[in-house]
Ligand binder design. Structure first.
Ligand SMILES: N[C@@H](CCC(=O)N[C@@H](CS)C(=O)NCC(=O)O)C(=O)O
Length: 76
């Protein structure tokens, strides 16, 4: 709770700096450790990665959240 008030994992703690939210953690790691890269250089390939991220967060998770809470318990 001291690290993430939402009581969720994952959380990254790096040199006293706390990062919450999966996509923010990935961006942080990509920026701090650019090699090997996590993201493709090609514009269309990178856009595809971002689309999958955004559709997952903004569309899919909203839809499955009620179901997973009911049937699977904790995770969402
Ligand atoms: N949007 C957050 C979701 C994090 C999340 O829901 N984590 C779950 C595990 S998959 C959790 O910590 N659940 C514990 C709880 O709700 O108490 C992210 O992408 O990091």
């Amino acid at each position: 709770m001291a690290i993430n008030a939402f009581h969720h994992i994952p959380v990254l703690v790096d040199d006293g700096f706390n990062v919450v939210e999966s996509l923010a953690i990935l961006d942080y790691l990509e920026t701090k450790y650019p090699m090997p890269t996590l993201l493709p250089a090609d514009a269309k390939a990178r856009a595809t990665v971002r689309m999958v991220e955004m559709v997952t967060v903004n569309e899919l998770m909203l839809g499955i959240a009620p179901l997973s809470r009911q049937w699977m318990g904790a995770c969402w």
